[in-house]
Ligand binder design. Structure first.
Ligand SMILES: Cc1cc2nc3c(=O)[nH]c(=O)nc-3n(C[C@H](O)[C@H](O)[C@H](O)COP(=O)(O)OP(=O)(O)OC[C@H]3O[C@@H](n4cnc5c(N)ncnc54)[C@H](O)[C@@H]3O)c2cc1C
Length: 416
């Protein structure tokens, strides 16, 4: 592939300069190169470090289903992505990889992976495609300064200067900064006149105050119902797989809901799994009403894993050996309330070193969603996680990066 190592004092002129060789930047450059020379500037010595670790090294790059159904997986800003997702959908992405020799497989939850289950194969394909399209990648020098003048953009890496007609910022968010995405793009965008919505960790685990179930760390539930409460009001509810960790809660339902969570909120978790609080209350009430000669723990263990049943009784202050016949109404109600909605108070969300994505970023009101071009600076484009939109787990973030990158690149290629 055409790779240019930058040298001291060198000036490189191109039609499109792309900052960042993640999925958004690589796809954008591949598309933009159809309209003229494209150069990617990447701070690392290799491309796509975050892509390599995605999906535990297997790269869950998109999700199954109709593309219209994707929009609800990006919170309130999902609508912004509609033109990009429809222009380069999940099916288009799978087709793009397959046409270039990389098949795809889905798991039982509808997540798409490369058939080889190696993220490296997705990355290699993208880098090869860049080479085929004549895209030059300048590795090993972060862009430090960006200036705009009448002739276009001027980028300084410390070792080279790049001059371009079009500029695409695809620098990612701030999560896992060791991969190279350290938030530089926010400063570049702000310097060019854009508003930045405060970035914060998203798809992050939750650290709870006074963790009562910490000793059950590692226990996981499938289809667990959760409710998020703030100032006595229910903010949202969701269901999915959940895991108790030594510091709090994790698992897809927690990660996906974390964009709505704030310090001090209460999460109520239905410990029965595969159900919501109401069905759990109904089920447990019926079990207690049925009565019998056994113990309270015996009744509870029919509905919850035994370790959780014991923890609920401890929290309710009811001895595990207590006979059903001796259980007072108030204690029964407390047990049912705890089992159907065990309360956890959020101390904080996991930081950027453990959040899979960053919420916040370049304000969407200032970007044309049909092209990804800035509404403030002509010929400036944005793609990927740098934008103020973040998706659920399941391949939605990488799809968004590819779709926005593709749309930006296609728009540039089509400009005279
Ligand atoms: C552990 C982990 C697992 C994940 N798994 C999944 C998954 O399975 N499915 C999914 O959909 N999403 C997953 N994600 C999220 C997904 O990887 C990101 O949303 C996606 O990579 C964003 O793509 P991007 O191109 O916008 O940014 P990035 O992939 O972050 O790429 C940005 C690039 O810009 C470069 N850069 C930054 N600043 C500069 C600068 N000043 N000069 C030059 N280069 C610069 C960086 O080095 C980086 O290479 C995961 C994230 C993590 C952390």
């Amino acid at each position: 592939m055409a790779r240019v190592q930058d040298e001291q004092g060198r000036v490189i002129c191109c039609r499109s300069a792309v900052v960042g060789a993640g999925p958004a930047g690589l796809m954008c450059a591949i598309r933009a190169a159809e309209g003229g020379t494209a150069v990617i500037i990447e701070r690392n010595k290799s491309a796509g470090r975050k892509l390599l670790i995605s999906g535990s090294g297997q790269c869950n790059f998109t999700h199954d289903g109709e593309i219209g159904g994707f929009l609800e997986h990006y919170g309130k800003n999902g609508r912004f992505l509609k033109p990009a997702l429809y222009d380069f959908s999940n099916r288009d992405l799978v087709g793009f990889l397959e046409e270039r020799g990389l098949g795809a497989v889905t798991d039982k939850n509808g997540k798409f992976f490369p058939a080889t289950l190696h993220s490296r194969d997705v990355l290699d394909l993208l880098v090869m495609e860049c080479g085929r399209m004549g895209v030059k990648i300048l590795f090993g020098g972060p862009v430090k300064k960006i200036e705009k003048d009448r002739d276009g953009f001027s980028l300084t890496t410390g070792r080279a200067q790049i001059k371009s007609e079009f500029l695409i910022l695809a620098t990612g968010g701030k999560s896992y900064p060791g991969t190279g995405s350290a938030g530089d793009g926010y400063a570049f965008a702000a310097g060019l006149g854009h508003t930045i919505i405060d970035p914060a960790p998203a798809l992050a685990p939750v650290i709870v105050r006074d963790h009562r179930l910490g000793k059950l760390s590692g226990l996981s539930f499938s289809g667990s119902g959760i409710e998020l409460w703030r100032d006595g009001r229910r903010v949202m509810s969701a269901a999915g797989d959940l895991q108790i960790t030594h510091r709090g809660l994790s698992g897809p339902v927690i990660l996906d809901s974390s964009r709505y969570m704030r310090k001090g909120d209460m999460i109520r978790v239905c410990l029965a799994g595969s159900g919501n609080a109401e069905s759990c209350r109904f089920d447990l009430s019926a079990r207690f009403r049925k009565g019998g000669p056994g113990t309270v723990k015996g009744v509870l263990a029919g509905a919850l894993p035994a370790r959780l049943a014991a923890a609920v009784l401890e929290e309710a202050g009811v001895p595990a050996s207590m006979k059903l016949s001796g259980l007072k109404g108030a204690s029964r109600d407390r047990i049912i309330a705890l089992a159907s909605g065990f309360p956890f108070t959020i101390e904080c969300l996991g930081g950027y070193d453990e959040a899979m994505v960053t919420r916040g970023g370049v304000c969407l009101d200032e970007v044309d969603r049909k092209t990804m071009e800035s509404r403030i600076v002509k010929n400036l484009f944005f793609a990927g996680e740098l934008l103020d939109v973040d998706g659920d787990t399941g391949g939605y973030n990488i799809q968004a990066a590819f779709s926005t990158g593709s749309l930006a690149g296609k728009t540039i290629a089509s400009r005279k």
